[in-house]
Ligand binder design. Structure first.
Ligand code: PLP
Length: 359
């Protein structure tokens, strides 16, 4: 029996990449050393880092006036790094609240500035994305922050907000590289690795050149985007192993045909699962159709008393880590790039069978 991992993160990685890591681990390209043992200042690791950058640039068609920074901190660190680097003496910033992760960014942002929540769907229990016409943006804000895929609530933006000349900052952690993106619409994009890129221990920031300025006084030096970009992500020892594996994932995506191919697969996988949910009276999905995430699919059993039985039987069928996040309960299937369509089919088959037996 094949098994599938629906964890939201750390999440499933392409099995091809896992086997490549296994094969290349003891002796990386005849160096007699594992990548984990290579000096980060060695030409070998330098090559790994710059190849990862080149591949990422190609995948996302990142324009030349954007810099890529590999950070050792998780996505959460950018909730501090963004205000520390982008406020530039301004005391106001706009935040959009659409779910758990954007809310966490707001809470952290409040330590540094007057946060204007320009739009919120909290009263709708995070079930739909507020339309841009309802947003109350502050034209004097230092930046607008939002989260384009809410990992826990299962909402995804399929449009890019228009913020005029105010830089747009986005947390793309859980759908980064799931489809093509017009990078030029953003001031700053950041994403943690362990959702759709690689192992935990890395986040990536893509920053427009003109936003790389002196950070606020007192900023820890590792949290300064400008210094990190200047030092080519080598202010200190970077997470070498994680960067290597992320680079292998970039090459895997290129071999699949790039982001347009990933998008089509993700569309197909998500449609399989949502169509099933829509035709079932036994399970329900709360998110508004237009805003449903292709990556993270939360759903509930109408009879929560069956939750534990569902999870136990799913495990027995090789379908793992389906428990929803503790703040929303229920179930969640994360179906990132590396989840094969067979995994989603197996899940739907199991869910239909479970419904027949318990519905
Ligand atoms: C997982 C996640 C985070 C937190 O990432 P860490 O790497 O644990 O800091 C932040 N934002 C989003 C959208 C996430 O999915």
């Amino acid at each position: 029996m094949r098994s599938f991992n629906f964890s939201a993160g750390p999440a499933t990685l392409p099995s091809e990449v896992i086997y490549q890591v296994q094969q290349e681990l003891p002796d990386w390209r005849g160096t007699g050393m594992s990548v984990m043992e290579l000096s980060h200042r060695s030409p070998e690791f330098g090559g790994i880092l710059s190849q990862a950058e080149v591949d990422l640039r190609e995948l996302l068609s990142i324009p030349d006036h954007y810099r890529i920074v590999f950070c050792q901190e998780g996505a959460s660190a950018h909730w501090d790094m963004v205000p520390l680097n982008l406020l530039q003496g301004n005391t106001r910033a706009d935040y959009i609240e659409t779910g758990y992760w954007s809310y966490r960014a707001i809470e952290e942002g409040r330590r540094y500035c007057n946060v204007n929540i320009a739009a919120s769907n909290r009263i709708d229990r995070y079930c739909a994305i507020p339309e841009q016409s309802e947003w109350r943006l502050d034209p004097k804000a230092a930046y607008v922050h939002y989260c384009s895929n809410e990992t826990i609530d299962g909402l995804e933006f399929f449009w890019i907000p228009d913020t005029g000349s105010v830089p747009l900052v986005v947390d793309m952690s859980s759908h980064f590289l799931s489809r093509p993106v017009d990078v030029s619409r953003f001031g700053l994009i950041y994403a943690g690795a362990q959702k759709n890129i690689g192992p935990a221990g890395l986040s990536i920031a893509i920053i427009r050149d003109d936003l790389l300025k002196q950070s606020a006084p007192g900023t820890p030096f590792l949290m300064d985007y400008h210094s990190q970009a200047h030092a080519h992500s080598m202010l200190n020892t970077p997470p070498t192993f994680t960067i290597w594996v992320a680079g292998l994932v970039f090459q895997w995506i290129k071999r699949q045909g790039g982001l347009a191919v990933m998008e089509q697969r993700n569309v197909d996988k998500a449609a399989l699962l949502y169509d099933f949910l829509d035709h079932s009276g036994f399970y329900r999905s709360q998110v508004k159709r237009e805003d449903r995430s292709r990556m993270n699919v939360p759903f509930h059993l109408r009879e929560p008393a069956l939750d534990e039985v569902f999870l136990k039987e799913a495990d027995q069928h090789g379908l793992h880590q389906l428990r929803g996040h503790r703040v929303v309960g229920g179930m969640r299937a994360s179906i990132y790039n590396a989840m094969p369509v067979e995994g989603v089919k197996a899940l739907v088959t199991f869910m239909a069978d479970f419904e027949r037996r318990y519905g």
